[in-house]
Every structure is written in structure tokens, then in C-alpha cells.
Design a protein around this ligand. Structure first.
Ligand code: GDP
Length: 424
């Protein structure tokens, strides 16, 4: 396989980490190109169970180089904690297998604080942030009010740059939110602590990728979240503050001119959503409780119960178009085994008219799902590894999705473990 992006088609939590972990075997480099420590990619392999937040999911494979590109929100504290946790389980992490772009901007201590302050101010109108500082970070990046990781190499210049930012940031923290603010002494301590730790991993990732491409090394782009959370193409303002779309991958990785050959869109066999915003297919009450329990739908980062419902073909088709997915990995098919019949949201009804088109975000709260049912298979499929051994009703469900979504489904996942996959 040549270059490939593994991306989420829906609201995130589709099982991207699990697919990246499976496919890294075929790649030399895995790169995270956007987002930050708010991700929660769950990977289960022979080394144990891991929830990865910032580290690329290729970190477990020997010989794979993992890159944090310039598009990520570089949260040193979260990254370091994660590196120590994973090292503690016997996984080596060195400057040889982890490279951090010197052009990645730093998530600073006030970003997390501002995230919480703003969510508290919004009260019942909150966005449902994971409070990891992501929105304040990206706003500051666009305002040119943060610093690049590479500046840590030049402490005196770094401190002068930071002092200018701090003066402005303290005005906001103190006068808008009534918070305490930060002193330059606090920040100097922060700079020396993180500079020492991070500098060995810093890298000119543009140069790294130019050489990697010249040597035909195979590159895997790992996205966070999904199409419907993309800042430009998602359900604004209930989006994240970066671009999970595959088109952004070369930009956020470090080589904007790089071409992506293949885009694998990860789709869950039903819908889940964390946080606020319209979720047309949402189930409530007992049905929701049962599906949440069967699918263990609780956030990897926050432990929050996820909102759940049947698969939404309208949102999924849109997500596939936005990502330009060339193939689908369907995950968690095993979770649906308990259902008598399998519900599918095929269309939306908007102002009395049925539609296949995903509505403009402001109209989404008025959309209602049109639901059809397919036969259930009523047996445990988590041990199945061959397509022909799946019950015919499960195969019919996959084939139905393939036809309605107009995209091939070569991967069907029936469990969280690395080998619980059916390759068609
Ligand atoms: P990501 O952020 O897209 O990587 O997804 P998460 O890791 O947040 O959520 C996916 C969850 O589903 C994780 O707990 C995975 O271990 C689990 N998972 C992934 N694929 C399957 C599957 O096919 N079946 C089951 N039962 N669990 C799965």
C-alpha cells in the first residue's frame, strides 16, 4: 500500500486507532496531522490496552517512525505523560521513532484554563468541549499569538516572544474572565522544563517527509475526530477547531505538495456522538442505554457516556464525500448482534419533505430520521474471521451499506483486538 489516510467519517470515535494499529504493519511512517490531546484512540494489542491522545497509533510497531506534524496542538504536558505511561508498559519511545515538527505550535497553560472558563461562561449553551484547550489554542494560532515548538531551542528569543503574548493574554484572562493570569517567572520555569524534554524530539518534518517520499517510504496519515466535526465542513459551531479532512493531511503533516493515494474512511456500524449539537438519529431511554452498554460507548478521554443511535446514511454519505474516501472500514459490527432487527436511517425528513442531502447546519435541528429495518443475525460474530463465515444477514447488512454509501467496504471489524477483522 502506498500513501494512505485513515480518517473518521462521522462524529469521531469510529475506531480509527484500531484500524491504524492494524494497518501500520504496511507502513514506514505514521503521522498525526491535526488536533491535540483531546483525541482518544483506543488500541488493543499484544502489549496491552492503550488510549492514545497525542501519540500516533504506530508507536507500538518496531521500525515505524511516528510524527506529530505542524498541524497538531502540541500539548507538552499531555504528550510527556502519555510517553511515560506507554514507556512504562515496555514500549520504547526515542527520537528515532518519534519526531515532533519544529513548526507545531505549543498549547500553553492558559489554553486549557480558557477552555474551561469559556464553557462555564456559556453555561447551558456550552459546546461540550473536552476542555483540553483546543479551541483557545487554534484561535491563538490564527491570531499569531502562540509559539512554535522549534523556538524552544532558542530560550532567550522564546522568552521575549512569550512575554509579548503573555501581556495580551493576561488582559483577557483578568479583565474578561476575572482569572488570576500568569507571571513571566511561572512561564520561564515552564519553558525550561519543557524545552529540555522536547528539544531532542524536534525535527524539520518538511525535510523528513521530502526524504521519505524520495525513498518511497510508505506514509500513513492518522486523523482525529471525523468529517462532521471538521471546522469547515462539519456541523458548525459544534465542530472541533481544526480540519480532520484528508485534504488537510499533507498540510498538517509537513509536506503540502504530497499526494494521498488512498483514503480509508472509518464508519461505525451505528452512530455515536460526544458533546453537544444536532444528532438526528439519537436514541433515548432504554434503547439508548442498551446500545451504549453493548458498544461500551463511554469517552476514552473523558469517560462521558456517548450519545448513540442507528447508522445515519445521510450523514455518512456526506462524510464520505467530504473525505473523498476510497474505501470504508466498518467497525463494531459485532455490537449489533443483540438486535432483533437492524435499524438504518436512510433519509431525513425536513419540513415535511424527504431528502438524501445533508442539510446546512442551521437546519439540522429540524431534520427527522426516516428509518428502515434489516434482518438481525442473532448470534455472536466476534470470533468470525472470514467473510463467508459471517451469517447471511450480517453480510446482507454490509452489502446494503456498501450499495447505499456507494463505496467499497473491504474491512469489517468484529472486535477491538488487532486480529478481530474480516478482510474481504
Ligand atoms: P477512535 O478515536 O476513532 O480511534 O475511536 P475510539 O478508540 O474512541 O473508539 C472506538 C472504541 O471501539 C474503542 O474502545 C475500540 O477498542 C473499540 N472498537 C474498535 N473496533 C471495534 C469493533 O469492531 N468491535 C468492538 N466491539 N469494539 C471495537
Amino acid at each position: 500500500m502506498s500513501n494512505c489516510a485513515i480518517v473518521g467519517i462521522n462524529w469521531g470515535d469510529e475506531g480509527k486507532g484500531r484500524m491504524v494499529d492494524l494497518l501500520t504493519e504496511q507502513f514506514d511512517v505514521v503521522v498525526r496531522y491535526q488536533g491535540g490531546g483531546n483525541a482518544g484512540h483506543t488500541v488493543i494489542n499484544e502489549k496491552g490496552k492503550f488510549a492514545l491522545h497525542l501519540l500516533p497509533s504506530g508507536i507500538f510497531r518496531e521500525g515505524v517512525v511516528n510524527v506529530l506534524g505542524n498541524g497538531v496542538a502540541l500539548d507538552c504536558e499531555s504528550l510527556w505523560k502519555e510517553m511515560e505511561d506507554i514507556r512504562g508498559k515496555g514500549v520504547p519511545i526515542t527520537p528515532e521513532n518519534l519526531k515532533v515538527s519544529e513548526r507545531a505550535s505549543l498549547l500553553l497553560p492558559w489554553h486549557r484554563e480558557l477552555d474551561s472558563l469559556e464553557e462555564a461562561r456559556l453555561a447551558d449553551k456550552k459546546y461540550g468541549s473536552t476542555k483540553q484547550g483546543i479551541a483557545p489554542f487554534y484561535s491563538d494560532k490564527f491570531q499569531k499569538k502562540t509559539v512554535m515548538a522549534g523556538e524552544l531551542r532558542y530560550p532567550e528569543k522564546f522568552k521575549a516572544h512569550l512575554a509579548d503574548i503573555l501581556e495580551w493574554k493576561n488582559l483577557i484572562l483578568r479583565r474578561v474572565y476575572g482569572a488570576e493570569g500568569y507571571t513571566m517567572e511561572q512561564m520561564e520555569a515552564w519553558v525550561s522544563a519543557w524545552g529540555e524534554k522536547l528539544c531532542p524530539y524536534l525535527c524539520d518534518t518538511g525535510k523528513f517527509f521530502r526524504e521519505a517520499v524520495a525513498q518511497n517510504r510508505r506514509i500513513l496519515f492518522e486523523a482525529q475526530l471525523g468529517s462532521l466535526r471538521d471546522l469547515d465542513y462539519g456541523i458548525y459551531p459544534y465542530t472541533t477547531s481544526s480540519n480532520p479532512v484528508a485534504a488537510y493531511a499533507p498540510v498538517g503533516a509537513g509536506l503540502p505538495s504530497m499526494k494521498i493515494d488512498k483514503v480509508i474512511g472509518v464508519v461505525k456500524a451505528y452512530s455515536t456522538c460526544v458533546g453537544e449539537g444536532p444528532f438526528t438519529c439519537e436514541w433515548f431511554g432504554e434503547d439508548a442505554e442498551r446500545l451504549r452498554k453493548e458498544g461500551n460507548e463511554y469517552g476514552a478521554k473523558t469517560g462521558r457516556p456517548r450519545r448513540v443511535g442507528p447508522i445515519d446514511l445521510v450523514a455518512t454519505r456526506y462524510g464520505i464525500q467530504v473525505q473523498g474516501a476510497t474505501a470504508i472500514a466498518l467497525t463494531k459490527l459485532d455490537v449489533l448482534s443483540y438486535l432483533e432487527r437492524i435499524p438504518v436511517c436512510t433519509r431525513y425528513r425536513l419540513n415535511g419533505v424527504e431528502t438524501d442531502d445533508f442539510p446546512f447546519p442551521a437546519l439540522l435541528p429540524d431534520a427527522e430520521p426516516v428509518t428502515e429495518y434489516l434482518d438481525g443475525w442473532h448470534c455472536d460474530i466476534s470470533g468470525v474471521r472470514k467473510w463467508q463465515e459471517l451469517p447471511s444477514a450480517a453480510r446482507a447488512y454490509v452489502e446494503y451499506l456498501e450499495e447505499r454509501l456507494e463505496c467499497p467496504i473491504p474491512y469489517v471489524s468484529v472486535g477491538p483486538e488487532r486480529d478481530a477483522i474480516i478482510l474481504r
